[in-house]
Design a protein around this ligand. Structure first.
Ligand SMILES: C[S@@+](CC[C@H](N)C(=O)[O-])C[C@H]1O[C@@H](n2cnc3c(N)ncnc32)[C@H](O)[C@@H]1O
Length: 249
């Protein structure tokens, strides 16, 4: 019997386990919180909804989502946090003991371990550009989303924010650097409807004594935050209903 050859996901898992062990989960919360909260407001979540947090890391955003969909007149909402790093999942579970509507699952965006037509909303924060096969991840998202479900992909690394390109070389794993227009086309190719892209700036001030190793200067960091993250949104069409004027006999 031969050993299975390593997959691109194996390299990502190792790298993000290192991040988790180095306490990067908490740091990411500090860096991504403002843009994520703005995005969550746009998600218009309500009690009873089923939400996926794809690439959930240490689970801080999963917990924000869980508070918004919890028990209410519409029922009892649930949030699934999915991540490729088992160490991130372990940390997320440890920090979410008070929540009874969160389930953390270790798995890959390339093969989402969930049934089809399930999630009303999907959030993915700063994770999508790492997926080796983004086409496959989008097919999987389309499969697990409910008809009329809404997808929200938030990324800080994209071609149209030139300052984001300053830290690509520091990453130890391969990433995709696409433009907004390319991402919009990619989502449309996967049959997502109402595809939209917008910018989510981080308007928190950067103090003059802030230390950055990711950017060439504080002015570059400020410009990066001003341009903002790219938010891609789309809907899964309701394939159960025939188009207007079209009757199935
Ligand atoms: C930069 S971190 C962001 C984590 C979290 N969303 C946050 O904002 O704090 C990227 C996350 O994506 C996860 N990830 C990378 N590739 C993945 C894949 N193929 N499937 C699922 N998760 C993946 C990593 O393990 C990591 O936790």
């Amino acid at each position: 019997m031969t050993d299975k050859p390593p997959t691109p996901d194996d390299g990502l898992q190792e790298e993000f386990n290192r991040w988790a062990a180095a306490g990067e989960g908490e740091k990411m919360e500090r860096h991504h919180r403002v843009i994520t909260e703005k995005t969550i407001r746009l998600m218009d979540l309500g009690p009873g909804e089923r939400v996926l947090d794809l690439g959930c890391g240490s689970g801080w955003a999963t917990r924000l989502l869980a508070r918004l969909v919890g028990e209410g007149p519409e029922g009892f909402g649930q949030v699934v946090g999915l991540d490729l790093s088992d160490e991130m999942i372990r940390q997320a579970r440890a920090a979410s003991k008070d929540f009874d509507n969160i389930l953390y699952v270790w798995g890959s965006a390339q093969q989402i371990p969930w049934e089809e037509n399930f999630f009303d909303k999907v959030l993915s924060v700063e994770s999508f550009y790492y997926y080796p096969d983004q086409d496959r991840a989008l097919s999987e998202l389309f499969r697990v989303m409910a008809p009329q479900g809404r997808l929200f992909i938030l990324i800080n690394l994209y071609q149209d924010n030139p300052y984001s390109l300053e830290w690509v070389d520091k990453l130890k794993v391969p990433v995709h650097v696409r433009s907004e227009a390319e991402y919009v086309e990619l989502l449309r190719k996967h049959a997502f409807a109402k595809v939209q892209a917008c910018r989510i700036p981080d308007d928190t001030p950067t103090p003059d004594n802030y230390q950055t190793t990711s950017f060439r200067s504080l002015d570059d960091l400020r410009a990066f935050k001003r341009i903002g993250a790219l938010l891609l949104a789309g809907s899964k069409p309701d394939l159960r209903n025939p188009a207007p004027g079209y009757t199935i006999y």
